[in-house]
Structures are given as C-alpha cells and as structure tokens.
Design a protein around this ligand. Structure first.
Ligand code: NOJ
Ligand code: CA
Length: 686
C-alpha cells in the first residue's frame, strides 16, 4: 500500500500551506495527510486558527485547492463549524474492477486510498463528533461527512453545509446557474472562474495551467442537492437547495452525506474518461437487471413538442390507438426496441402545466386502448414505453405509484419516462397528513427522496425509469441500474421552439459538463432539422448522427416523426445500427465547449464507432485510429458533413458518405462543418 498517512508537526504544515496551524497537545495529530495511489495528489486535513476543520490538495507538487473549511450550521444552535480538533484517523485502500450491467464501458477500475479523519468539538460545542472520509484516486477526490451516533444529537437539522473549495488558480468555468427558474434547462455559461455566481454541479473548470476540474457530488440520497456558490475571488462554498421546512436537510444520526467530488485531469478527455462518482456509489442493490435491455426507441412526441399534435384529447390528439400502432409497425420494421407514447393517460385536457393533481397514471383516455396497444406491441416484439408526467405534483404521483407500476408490468412495459414540469413553482409534496401538500424545491431533500422512491418501486415491478426535469445524476445508476437515463439539461425539445435555440456549442458543452454525471435522454435524430414553423436547428444532418456517439444513454430516441426518419434512409440506416451499450468509450479528440469526437466499442460485436459533434467553428481534424484491434482490416462507413455544409443556411442538409478500409494506427482526416458532426462505423472484415 502506497498510502502515506503522516502526523505532521504544526510548524511544518504552516510552512507548507502558508497558514498558521496551532497544535492541540501531544496526544492528537494536528494534521493528517494522504496521497492518491500514484502519489500525484496530496491531501492535507487540519484545523485553522479558529479551530475550523480544513482540507487542501496539491497535484504534482502544485497547490490545486487551498485551505478550505468543512462543517455545518444547524437551525437549532451549536453550529459544527468551530472548536474542532482531530482526534484520530484510519486508512484503507482498494484496487478492484467491477462490471456494469450497461454503460459507456463494461469494466470500471476502482483504485483508491481512503482516509477517515475524526474530529471532535470542544466543551463549548458540547463535544460533538464529526468524521470526514476522503477517497483519493489518481484522477479525482471524493469526500463525505460521516456523522456518528452520539449523545445529545439525535437529529441534525442542517441550516447549510459549509464545505469550501478554494480554487488556487484562475481559468475558465463552464456552468449553469443553481437555485434558478427552469431548473437545469439553461444555456451554459463560459466565464472566468471569478465570474461564477451560484452554479449547479457538475461545474467544469479549465485552469490557466491546463488542469481540468469538474466539481460534482456522488450518491445524493436523502439529502438536498449541493449548489456551488462563489463566496469571493475563487473561493466557493456549498449551498444546499432549500426546504419548505426551514432546515435544508433533516437527518437522524448516524448518517453519511453525499460525496463531494472533484474530477482532476490534464485534458478534457481525462475528465470524460473518469468514473469517480460511479466508484463512490454503492454496488448494485437490485441484482439481476437483465430484464432491461439497452435500446433505441421512437415515439409519439416531437409532434406534441412542435405543436402539430396535442397531449390533450381532441381533433389533434397524438396518442391515438391507430397512431400508436403505426409507430409500433415502424419500430418493428426497423428494429427499434420501444415506442414512447405521451398523452395516453387522463389529465392533459386543459392547462396541464399547473394541474398535476389531475393526472391519472392508470387510466387511459377514450381513444387510446392500452390493452390492445400493448398486445399489438408484444406480437411485434416491441415494448410500449410508458409516460408519467406529474406536473411536479409528487403527492398525486406517490399515491398512485404502486398501482401504476403494477399495471405497466402486467402489460409488459418495462420502461417509463417520468416528468416534473413545474415551472410555476416547485414540487408539490405530501405534507404528512393525508391530502395535505407543501411546495418544495425540485432538488431539495424531499424531491431527492421522491425520485428514489419511484426508482425503488419501479424496480419491484421490473420497470426502468427515465426521468425528465429530474434531480441531477450522481451515479446512483450503479446502485439502482433501473435508473437508466434522465434529462437534467436543456434537451432537443428547445429546438422546436426557437431558431438555433440550442446553439451549435450546446452539445459540445454538455459532453464535458452535464454528461459527466451520467446518461442523458437528449432525444437526437431530428433529421428534418426543423422545429415548429420550420425554425431551423443549429445542426448539420451529420451532427444529428454524431449525437448518438457524443451523448450517451442506454435508451436513445430517434426523435423525429417516423415519416421524416423514413425519408432519410441512409441516416436511418446509421441510427438502426448504432449501439446503445458499449464495451469501451474514449474521447479521441475534443476540447470543453468546442468539439467532442468519441471512439466507442460495441458491447455485442467487434465493431467500433467513431463520431461526435462540433461547435460553430469549422475544423480539420486528423484522427488516429490507435484504439482499433491489431491485425484486422476494418471497413469504415462514414457519414460526414458535405462540402460547404454549415448550420447557418440550408447547406445544413449537405451530407457526404464514404467507405474505405482502415487498420489500427491509421490516420483519418475529418472535416467538421460549423455546427457539424460525424458518424463512422468500423466493421472488421474476416
Ligand atoms: C418536458 C419533457 O422534457 C418532454 O420530453 C415532455 O414531452 C414534456 N415535458 C411533457 O411531459
Ligand atoms: Ca424538459
């Protein structure tokens, strides 16, 4: 074991970190240090002159995170901020590999050193105890508070968590605002680190010396989401999402908080090929989940988003039995696993935005025959994908949850898309007494509890969940692999509502921000490149295919009308063949917010796929096919931007096709148009 755990004399630490550190007597250490397995990251945990616990981090000998405080303020007095000393520490380490049932890669390596630091407050603060566990990987650090059982503190009512991150260098940050309207569905900001206000996580930073950081959290369970608030300069402090009840979190001891995480890498690729949060989550609790198969799906959806059809009953109702059968026929013919149907249930008539209490999750509307449609789907070997829009009224949803999941299982449906559109306010949660409700933040503790309740109930009935307007992904798919995807960022739907609504750099930014947290149901494949009233997408045709490689989800939509998919047979051919489950994934070219080209290996064959997305700047890339298996010749089938293609004009439809033989180590020139992309299938010959 290469873990270094030393007891550092106060004066030595003061010299190293440049801050005065008092000693607390001979019997207890004044600081604890630990390193990552390769020694590049060195953590120091100590207390400052106000006896506040602090942590700091160096990388390759250079300060990365300066002395940053730890602790809690409570709503009922005696804060856990000052008056601490270190009373002990324990170390451990691990070097294992575990397997994902589905994902960007099949095997995940978990090599880390672990140190638990025990703190105790002095008598002025009732001698309270608080432990902090740090886990150091070569490409990141996670830490969480572990609150042990102790006399006089049965329940913690947390006013806020005071976890600081003092970023030692300047640089550029990529982020969306936290605690704001419209949840995560915002355009990303690219600003100096000093210009961040309150951000959601993941927030990505490229420091001046080229180091890449992404701050996030792992295993958000029964707690409020952490927002990343700039206090001054480059000093950030956690701020938890609020609760209607006063304290932002209420928990009985003992309990552990979610992990606070920082991915650390030399390059954008090092941020992307990084399993920090997954490694910090508990292993699979559900056992065999092979009943869920990664798949692609079509759906009665874009028509409502564009306004051609309605969710509500009436002349333009989208989810009719007849149309659903038409979509099932298309899915069966082209090998899509599922058909999503929205607006099948009661509750959409009228102004559904503010009336979540009206939704039924078991009763179909008059022109949708659930029994007939699911029987038809089963005959054709296609799944019906359910849809539960809650309007944010989780009290109404929770009351029906068990019955709904039972019903879906009985009809052979094993995936449900949920939704929490609640723009007017927050989530309407049960208040405790039957029928009473209260408003909550969409990522506060109550809503975090709700999402897990849905996922656990669904698992009982072998149903997988794809949540829209969700709480952010913190790697819980490892523990609950039926939590297959979610939205949690501005999806394709915005392109229906305005010209270039998701600008050309939106997806190349998502890859390095939102996508670090987990799979996204972005809903690619709008081959018409048109939203409502023919508003254009900021995308070339090839980019719509590149999205299947840039934005991972084990459930990938071909989101356009089936007529539009059929009108593009060559593009449809790619969408049909591209997998939704991978043995390996590598970012082979890209920079945060600019472009992203992945190489991914199919889990079920020897095929590789290469492709991705570009921002508004045209680029000539020369890819190196170093990832291919040696000794094989591959046929590369290429879908790429045609000559003169640009998202700005009708030339966005220009696409070029090419076939050629390649082998490991070959170079591969690729031109990306403004707003462009590419998709390549590499199939080995005999
Ligand atoms: C917003 C979701 O993102 C979208 O996919 C869905 O169709 C609507 N809400 C209605 O549930
Ligand atoms: Ca949405």
């Amino acid at each position: 074991m290469r873990l270094l755990k030393t007891i550092v004399p106060a004066f030595a630490l003061a010299l190293a970190a440049g801050t005065p550190v008092p000693a607390f007597g001979e019997e207890t250490p004044s600081a604890v240090t630990a390193t990552s397995p390769d020694g590049s990251l060195v953590l120091t945990v100590t207390t400052d002159s106000s006896k506040r616990p602090t942590w700091s981090l160096t990388r390759k000998g250079k300060l990365l995170i300066g002395a940053s405080k730890l602790g809690f303020t409570l709503t009922d007095g005696l804060n856990m901020v000052r008056g601490f000393r270190i009373v002990g520490s324990e170390t451990a380490s691990a070097d294992t590999t575990w397997e994902q049932p589905w994902g960007e890669r099949r095997f995940v390596k978990d090599k880390h050193n672990d140190v638990l630091v025990r703190f105790e407050q002095n008598a002025d603060y009732a001698g309270r105890r608080m432990n902090v566990r740090f886990r150091l990987f070569d490409n990141g650090v996670g830490f969480r508070y572990e609150l042990p059982e102790q006399p006089g503190l049965k329940t913690m009512k947390i006013a806020d968590e005071w976890t600081e991150f003092d970023v030692a260098q300047g640089g550029t940050a990529f982020w969306v605002a936290g605690l704001e309207w419209n949840r995560e569905e915002q355009i990303y900001q690219r600003t100096p680190i000093e210009a961040v206000a309150t951000a959601q996580t993941p927030i990505t930073m490229r420091l001046d010396d080229g180091t890449h950081l992404a701050v996030h959290e792992a295993a958000l369970v029964d707690y409020s989401a952490m927002n990343f608030k700039r206090a001054e300069g480059r000093l950030f402090r956690s701020t938890l999402s609020p609760s209607s009840q006063g304290p932002r979190v209420v928990r009985d001891l003992p309990f552990n908080t979610p992990w606070r995480t920082i991915r650390i890498a030399d390059s954008a690729a090092g941020l992307v090929e990084n399993d920090l949060e997954l490694n910090l989550n508990e292993p699979n609790k559900l056992g065999d989940v092979s009943w869920f198969k990664p798949m692609k799906y079509v759906g009665i959806w874009w028509g409502m988003i564009r306004g051609d059809w309605s969710w509500a009953e009436g002349a333009n109702h989208g989810a009719t039995t007849a149309r659903t059968k038409q979509y099932i026929d298309f899915a069966a013919k082209h090998g899509f696993g599922g058909v999503l149907v929205e607006g099948w249930d009661k509750g959409w008539n009228g102004d559904w935005f503010g009336h979540g209490q009206d939704f039924s999750f078991t009763e179909a509307v008059h022109d949708f025959d659930l029994k007939a449609v699911t029987a038809y789907a089963a005959k054709k070997n296609v799944q019906l994908i359910g849809h539960n829009e809650t309007g944010g009224h989780i009290a109404n949803y929770e009351a029906q949850l068990e019955d709904a999941m039972k019903l879906y299982q009985s009809f052979g449906m094993n995936a449900v898309k949920t939704g929490y559109v609640a723009d007017a306010g927050g989530i309407i949660a049960p208040a405790g007494k039957p029928g009473e409700t209260r408003m909550e933040f969409h990522d506060g503790q109550r809503q975090v509890q709700h999402h897990l309740k849905v996922v656990e109930t669904a698992a009982k009935y072998k149903v997988a969940i794809n949540a829209h307007e969700p709480v952010k992904d913190t790697g819980l798919r490892r523990t609950y692999p039926n939590w297959i995807a979610r939205e949690g960022a501005r999806g394709m739907e915005y392109n229906a509502w305005g010209e270039f609504a998701n600008g050309p750099d939106h997806e190349p930014t998502l890859v390095y921000t939102r996508m670090l947290s987990g799979p996204m149901d972005y809903t690619p494949g709008i081959l018409s490149l048109e939203g409502a009233g023919h508003v254009p997408l900021a995308s070339t045709l090839a980019k719509q295919l590149g999205l299947y490689l840039a934005i991972y989800s084990p459930i990938q939509m071909a989101a356009d009308f089936v007529e539009s998919l059929a009108a593009h047979p060559k593009e449809l051919a790619f969408i049909k063949m591209v997998p939704a489950d991978w043995a390996e994934s590598h970012l082979i070219a890209g920079e945060v917010g600019d472009y992203a080209i992945f190489a991914r290996k199919d889990r079920n064959s020897d095929d590789w796929y290469v492709g991705g997305v570009n921002d508004a700047t045209a680029r000539d890339l020369v890819l190196t096919l170093g990832f291919l298996d040696p000794g094989k010749t591959y046929t590369a089938s290429v879908w790429k931007d045609g000559e003169g293609a640009t998202y700005r004009t009708e030339a966005r439809h220009r696409i070029a096709y090419e076939t050629r033989d390649v082998k490991k180590g070959d170079t591969f020139p690729l031109w990306l148009a403004p707003g462009g992309g590419a998709a390549i299938r590499l199939h080995p010959g005999k």
